[in-house]
Write a protein that binds this ligand. Structure first.
Ligand SMILES: [Zn+2]
Length: 699
């Protein structure tokens, strides 16, 4: 449900279209509810009770979508609004029975029935939430009152936006990883969590400073599994290059990934984990940390990933200042965060305060306010994909949100537009919380003018004019014309992209020129290009080189229906070369596919399986401008800069439109933001290493 503008095959601007749930609800003004129900009339009361029942059903439906299916329809901010309205109504109507759903906790239940369940030794709770400075203050006063002192120390941590996890170590060895589930028992996802590279199998017995660490018989470590922005961007770039719809939110992708059946699939996505809490602790009792601060230190001493960006606060004002600092920095943190958690530091105090039904009384999560703007829907245009799928795109009056200018948003498909009753000229809400993808969350019906026009889905393809088709059983509308110029361009882009064969210098602009000049109407035509076709020597060399590309990537690049990356790799391994594959009888190969392959072989194209990309010309970093930001794991920034220079690239300290790549290390900051705003591709350390290796391979 999002639109991604492509620029040389890279992800630049993304907008997601959230649900218009607000427009579909029975209307009772939230303000009226919050003004308290003491003065309501009987009609109001009846409406409010109806509203409460509706809210409960709606919230339980959203819980199901969020926790079980990892496919939320509404933004967190919208969900929180519904939830707060429900809580206010529950207070006003305490006699109303609670909804007969499982949603009795603030965190639902993430179990999906496909994993064995495992019972936590200590329950895994949620967090009470605060939305204002006043609520944070009230939390402090409550704690001061309960503990009878005012010199309380607090820890303020970023709230990671991922999936809660409990990892058990026995005698220092990793034995189990379990999701929160319903708080009492969760899904056993040990095999999947074990693929996380930064998660050690054993706790370090000696810290780096040579201090002996306590190793309890059993310890349940509580934390969060998440995807950082660099990995999220990488995965989406590959999706786009493969012609698939990119993912909307790193948390949902992380949740979906964690619940994959095959750990090999999990390993392909660089999930991360961070620890910031303890459940059960058995043995080595006297070594148990006695404060949140000590726990953070122990987590790091054990060699586990911990929170680096926490702050200590001695009073409510300090805590608020720390929360605000985190809020200001949150988009630069490199990982998704949707708030700050304020915790009482001393465990003794924590024990005295205890827990409520579903949350500890000694911690509170302040949720950052999402940025929300309103803008006008100017028009709806249609994009034609590689396979002919037509995607309607909302063209918006440009509006700045989360530091980026947004002017387009995908509308997914025709049914989506109808369901939302979107009209040209409408004012729509765009919201952005911690995530990188702003969501359009509604239509401002109060500003709809009589001339706001419903959108009539065009009959013909915007590129070739062919009558569009919509199959009964699918939402997508397609252009059935295989020779459609837009489709041809997308197919060649897919082939030439880094995820395919990777033809340097042959980007969307060059491809468009070649297609428009009738020089190329298919991938095979690339191998018929001559100098006379006004193609640069460099591109011809690259095309020549691609004749000996890796077979798996080559087959994938052809974009044959039903042959994704996995199948392409399998076919490559099985047959070894395109010449052999062209004569093979595998079920995936149609006569047309074999014909295409034979045609390529006749043109001298014969990629082989297992080819390491080598080059004759300059490497991928030659002439490229790279900005390094954040700290790198394997080397210092100076060292990395030296290696980039050695292969013909250069590094600069500031990001501009002329920057080719921003390499984001741990804790990457403002430069990462700038890169996103300017649409400069962001790569991680592993990708930089790959580029360096590839650069050296040709020397
Ligand atoms: Zn067409």
């Amino acid at each position: 449900m999002l639109f991604l503008k492509r620029c040389s095959g890279w992800l630049t601007v993304a907008v997601c279209f959230g649900s218009l749930a607000a427009a579909l609800m029975p209307t009772v003004a939230l303000a009226a509810v919050e003004a308290e129900a003491s003065s309501v009339t009987s009609t109001d009361a009846r409406n409010s009770v109806e509203r409460l029942r509706w809210l409960r059903a709606e919230i339980s439906r959203h819980d199901e979508l969020y926790f079980k299916k990892a496919a939320p329809e509404i933004s967190d901010a919208e969900y929180d609004r519904l939830k707060r309205e429900m809580l206010a109504l529950e207070k006003a109507f305490p006699d109303e029975p609670r909804a007969p759903t499982g949603a009795t906790t603030s965190f639902g239940d993430d179990r999906n029935g496909r994993f064995s369940n495992y019972r936590h030794r200590e329950p895994m709770l949620g967090l009470e939430k605060a939305y204002s400075r006043a609520e944070l203050r009230a939390f402090h006063s409550r704690l001061e009152g309960a503990l009878g002192r005012t010199d309380l120390i607090f820890v303020v941590e970023p709230k990671f936006d991922g999936i809660a996890i409990s990892v058990t170590y026995e005698g220092g060895r990793l034995v189990r990883a379990v999701t929160r589930g319903n708080g009492q028992e969760g899904d056993d996802v040990t095999a999947n969590v074990s693929t996380i590279a930064e998660l050690p199998r054993e706790l370090r017995a000696l810290s780096l400073e040579g201090v002996r660490n306590p190793i309890p018989d059993t310890v349940e470590l509580r934390g969060e599994v998440y995807l950082d922005y660099a990995e999220f961007d990488r995965i989406n770039r590959e999706r786009i290059e493969a012609g698939d719809e990119p993912f909307g939110h790193p948390r949902n992708l992380a949740a979906g990934t964690l619940k994959q059946k095959d750990p090999d699939d999990v390993a392909k996505r660089g999930l991360r984990v961070v620890f910031f809490g303890i459940g059960a602790w058995q043995g080595a009792t006297k070594d148990r940390p006695d404060s949140q601060q000590a726990l953070h230190a122990l987590v790091r001493a054990w060699g586990l990933p911990g929170i680096g960006a926490f702050e200590m606060a001695a009073n409510a004002d300090d805590a608020w200042a720390a929360v605000e600092r985190l809020g200001a920095r949150r988009t630069a943190l490199g990982f998704p965060t949707d708030g700050a958690v304020v915790k009482l530091d001393a465990f003794a105090g924590q024990r005295r305060l205890g827990t409520s039904e579903d949350a500890p009384r000694w911690a509170i999560a302040y949720k950052f306010q999402p940025e929300r703007v309103t803008t006008r829907l100017r028009s709806i245009t249609l994009q034609v994909g590689r396979t002919g799928v037509i995607t309607p795109v909302a063209e918006l009056d440009p509006v700045r949100i989360g530091g980026a200018s947004i002017s387009r948003a995908t509308l997914h498909n025709a049914a989506e537009i109808a369901r939302r009753d979107l009209r040209i000229g409408d004012f729509v809400f765009v919201e952005k919380a911690g995530e990188i993808i702003p969501a359009i969350t509604g239509v401002d019906l109060s500003r709809r003018t009589p001339d706001a026009a419903p959108f009539a889905f065009p009959v013909g393809c915007p590129s070739c004019g062919t009558t569009l088709l919509r199959a009964e059983d699918e939402a997508a509308t397609r252009c059935p014309n295989g020779r459609c110029v837009a489709q041809v361009r997308r197919r060649i882009e897919h082939f030439a992209a880094p995820a395919g064969v990777g033809i340097n210098g042959l980007g969307p602009v060059q491809i468009e020129a070649l297609v428009n000049a009738n020089k190329v109407s298919s991938v095979t035509d690339l191998y018929r290009l001559r100098r006379e076709d006004a193609v640069s020597e460099r591109i011809l060399t690259e095309i020549e080189r691609s004749k000996r590309a890796d077979l798996g990537r080559f087959i994938f690049g052809l974009g044959i229906p039903g042959i994704g990356r996995k199948t392409a790799e399998a076919l490559a391994t099985r047959h070894g070369s395109l010449a052999i594959l062209a004569k093979a009888r595998d079920a995936e190969l149609t006569d047309a596919t074999r014909g295409l392959m034979a045609e390529l072989v006749a043109l001298g194209v014969n990629p082989q399986a297992g080819v390491k990309m080598t080059r004759s010309g300059p490497g991928p970093l030659a002439g490229k401008t790279v900005v390094l930001t954040g700290s790198l794991k394997g080397w210092s920034r100076a060292e990395a800069a030296k290696r980039i220079t050695a292969v013909g690239g250069r590094t600069t300290t500031s990001v501009s439109r002329r920057t080719d790549w921003v390499v984001a290390g741990e804790g990457a900051g403002a430069k990462l933001d700038e890169a996103r705003v300017l649409g400069v591709p962001v790569i991680d350390e592993a990708e930089l290493l790959r580029l360096l290796q590839e650069s050296q391979a040709g020397e």
